[in-house]
Design a binder for this molecule. Structure first.
Ligand code: PMP
Ligand code: GLN
Length: 384
């Protein structure tokens, strides 16, 4: 057959590692601690609320920027958590997952030739989104094992072409978080510039050991130039519902919505109704989420105590990094494939989150799993 020839917009991009490793896990019947999703169901009362919304006929297009009721609940909850009020009408947009919000924020702001600073290891969607818009990713590389930002070094990446900085806290894949001092240093660095921020905060409610999530929305001097993005997929154990949102001041929201309306137009109506009601009636469960996941992290760590994997401290997210250099000198990609196909536990190699493919001999395990799954996985991993 004759197919048309055309230049690829993403010539270096293959299938995402999450899809690849989950498929490999399935093929080899391995316990899947690779792709980040819970293997347990969400709250029954939440599915009931979504069912009720469908039953009561909330089945047509939602308003383009999102259901007003849901935006009001998000506004109130953001105010309660971080002390900043976003106007539901002009500053909050409901999107089809954080993925869509990230795409829309980048597409709305990045023009041909713009530079965007990305902190790597970086979540896989950022760089392709920048490139699709003709921008150039400029990478700041975090070094293992503490993965902290040296702001004096970071500052040197800023040029007259810098349009955007992408942040992610709590951070996937490292499990590190930004501290108040980090944000203050960043604010000082960009104070006299027009640089904007996309802050990916999808794990905002999964933070451990009494630490506080430093949302960009806590910092008035940054709120005016930032898109703050979150996802109900992580917060409510509903990754398959693809429901997220973006907080941004009116001029930024206006541009983001111009893109959003032509990407999806609007997001699934009954899910918005169900989640709005859940936020109103069951908010306390969201506040308690960090304790639920801290117990999972601690269980996984205690089960792995006698293994030859060496854990790297995790302050947030549902990912635990492990160094495996006492076990093998394989590359992290080969090691992950081997662990999945021969040993029976799937993980994610961290090198794929670096543009350079930097290999620190570290893999990522997802602990958003039933205790029984973690026990079975650890039983295998301690023998490796
Ligand atoms: N950002 C990060 C850091 C993530 O880990 C994820 C999870 N897949 C997303 C964005 C995308 O979230 P969503 O599933 O809501 O699109
Ligand atoms: N965020 C999830 C992870 O890091 C996966 C998302 C996806 O599969 N695209 O594993």
């Amino acid at each position: 057959m004759n197919f048309p020839h055309f230049p690829s917009k993403l010539p270096q991009t293959g299938t995402s590692i999450f899809t690849v490793m989950s498929a490999l896990a399935q093929k080899h019947q391995a316990i899947n601690l690779s792709q980040g999703f819970p293997d347990f169901d969400c709250d029954r009362s939440l599915t009931y609320m979504v069912n009720q919304a469908i039953k009561h006929g909330h089945n047509q297009y939602a308003p383009m920027p999102g259901l007003p009721w849901l935006k009001e609940e998000i506004s109130a909850f953001t105010q309660e958590c971080y002390g900043t009020t976003y106007d539901p009408e002009t500053e909050i947009t409901i999107t089809s997952g954080a993925t869509e919000a990230i795409y829309c924020a980048i597409t709305a702001t990045v023009n041909e030739g713009d530079e965007v600073i990305v902190i790597e290891p970086a979540y896989d969607s950022y760089i392709p989104n920048i490139k699709l818009n003709g921008g150039s990713p400029v990478c700041y590389t975090l070094e293992a094992p503490d993965f902290r930002i040296n702001w004096d070094h970071f500052k040197r990446l800023i040029t007259n072409h810098t349009r955007l900085i992408i942040l992610n806290t709590p951070h996937n894949p490292t499990g590190t978080i930004l501290h108040e001092s980090d944000i203050r240093q960043l604010a000082a660095i960009i104070k006299d510039t027009q640089i904007m921020i996309v802050s990916d905060e999808v794990y905002e409610h999964i933070i451990f050991d009494g630490k506080q999530h430093q949302s960009i929305s806590r910092f008035p001097e940054l709120v005016s130039r930032s898109f703050v993005i979150s996802s109900f997929g992580k917060t409510l154990h509903t990754t398959g519902w693809k429901l997220g949102y973006c907080l941004a001041p009116p001029p930024l929201t206006k541009e983001l919505r111009k893109v959003h309306q032509f990407v999806t137009f609007s997001t699934s109506t009954p899910f918005q109704h169900g989640v709005a009601r859940y936020m109103k009636e069951e908010k306390e469960k969201i506040i308690q989420l960090k304790h639920f996941y801290q117990a999972k992290r601690d269980l996984f760590l205690s089960l792995m105590k006698n293994s030859r994997f060496e854990p790297i401290p995790c302050s947030g997210t549902y990912f635990q990094l492990m160094k495996y250099d006492q076990i093998s000198d394989k590359s992290d990609t080969e090691f992950s494939q081997w662990l999945t196909s021969e040993v029976g536990v799937a993980c994610i190699p961290v090198s794929v989150f670096y543009r350079s493919g930097k290999d620190n001999k570290i893999v990522r395990f997802c602990f958003a799993k039933e205790d029984e799954t973690l026990e079975k996985a650890a039983e295998i991993l301690v023998k490796v």
